[in-house]
Design a binder for this molecule. Structure first.
Ligand code: LLP
Length: 423
């Protein structure tokens, strides 16, 4: 359930009409509902209430500091994958002791920053990273808390670009080869082995791959214990899917029950890294129709709705062929036609929807692109020198711009013309 609903034919976010916000903010913009963010975070987190756990929100899915701060205030931690995300999480007031650091390519500076900040865990993804982390920690005179990200070789049955737990993917260390690394790490002066972590993919609509993964991890933890290595944290990653169209993902409660059953008998604290399931349906992108046109060929005609947002603002349709439902903000449009909804960018791949049966809209109409809260703004770029759009949060009958629309000056910030270029 989310708080984007029609009232008297007009789309509302909580108690404010979307068109009233558009009037003040201009388009395009991302719009998040605080009540929905809160509801989704609590629905997920409270499903695990009866076990020792930590919900570390995957910052990459929606990284505005207002959103992070909200989850921090609800007791959440953060799953980060870069120094930039660490900076955001700290700025948002998230306790470093609730921050875990994933990712295959951490630089020396990033490791140093994580150590200096006193984060809870580094999810180490290679032998070389382990050695680098040990030497950076030694240089700083500290001990690095480590969990290895193991790759369980489980098929998450999702889009190939977002499946990460197969042995052919770049992520983690093959689970069957990790034991030696744990033994090695256990002997290192500046490493403290604390956990096992994994993340098998995103937008999963089945529970079985999670259960299969946890079984493998459980078996592995047993082997570690035989070697005298005890594990305090088991991190199952993120990945729970949401409804974009006609998917039928499990409810977080169902997912939690299955995980908790597998965890029984284990002493460890459970860490979860959800992103999409919390924010995906808590945000929309609002865009305005600029033009409608029909291109006719010999035996066909194609209708286009050209809007002011494109692949630089929401890249998922272009990048993954992902489906996002799109609806007019005013519901009074009855006649349907099959259209492509496209952006202003000079690429044929710049579309938000293809062959969508859509009410007949006109120049100036506002459209809501649904389920855009996850991997929407965070994947935006400045391609075609388009300033990144504004982000807005609604709470009841109030709204606040939580990120200003970028200005033209910001577009060229940091650029300069060297003397040898000037005449
Ligand atoms: N933890 C790790 C280590 C991850 O790599 C990810 C996502 C998550 C947690 C959160 O997964 P979630 O709960 O959101 O599924 N850009 C793609 C999704 C990429 C996901 C990358 N990793 C998309 O728009 O579908």
């Amino acid at each position: 359930m989310n708080h984007f609903q029609y009232k008297n034919g007009e789309l509302f976010c909580e108690d404010i009409s979307v068109s009233a916000i558009a009037k003040e903010v201009g388009t395009p913009f991302y719009l998040y509902s605080k009540a929905t963010l809160t509801r989704h975070f609590k629905a997920f987190d409270s499903s695990f209430a009866d076990v020792d756990h930590l919900t570390c929100f995957a910052v990459k899915s929606c990284s505005n500091i207002a959103v992070l701060s909200l989850f921090g205030s609800l007791g959440g931690g953060a799953d980060i994958v870069s120094g930039g995300e660490l900076f955001r999480a700290i700025r948002a007031g998230i306790d470093p002791k609730r921050i875990i650091y994933s990712g295959v390519g951490k630089s020396v500076e990033e490791l140093r920053y994580g150590l200096k900040s006193g984060i809870l865990l580094f999810n180490v993804e290679s032998e070389q990273e382990l050695h680098r982390l040990n030497s950076v920690a030694a240089e700083m005179g500290v001990t690095a808390p480590v969990s290895f990200r193991v790759n369980p070789d489980v098929d998450p049955k999702t889009h190939a670009y977002i499946s990460t737990g197969l042995s052919k993917n770049k992520f983690g260390i093959p689970i069957n080869e990790s034991l030696d690394l744990y033994i090695q790490a256990d002997d290192m002066a500046n490493i403290e082995v604390k956990g096992v972590s994994c993340h098998i993919g995103s937008q999963l609509t089945l529970i079985s791959p999670f259960v299969e993964t946890l079984r493998k991890v459980k078996g592995f933890v047993g082997r570690l214990e035989e070697k005298g290595i005890s594990i305090q944290y088991i991190d199952l990653g993120g990945g729970l899917g949401i409804v974009y169209d006609d998917e039928e993902p499990p409810h977080p409660q169902e997912y939690a029950e299955a995980i908790k059953e597998e965890m029984s008998g284990l002493e460890a604290t459970l860490i979860l890294e959800p992103g999409r399931v919390i924010v995906g349906n808590a945000g929309i992108m609002v865009t305005e129709v600029q033009y409608t046109k029909t291109n006719r060929g010999g035996d066909h005609e194609k209708h286009f709705v050209v809007v002011d947002a494109g692949m630089s603002d929401l890249s998922r349709p272009s990048l993954y062929g992902a489906y996002h439902a799109i609806q007019p903000v005013k519901e009074d449009k009855a006649v349907f036609q099959v259209v492509d909804i496209v952006g202003p960018i000079c690429e044929t791949g710049d579309f938000l929807a293809k062959d969508m049966a859509f009410p007949r809209v006109e120049q100036g109409d506002l459209l809501a692109v649904l389920s855009a809260g996850a991997y929407g703004f965070t994947m935006a770029s400045n391609y075609n020198s388009r300033p990144r759009v504004a982000e807005v949060m609604v709470a009841g009958d109030q709204f606040k711009i939580i990120r200003q629309r970028e200005s033209m000056e910001q577009l060229i910030q940091g650029e300069s013309i060297p003397e040898f270029v000037e005449k």
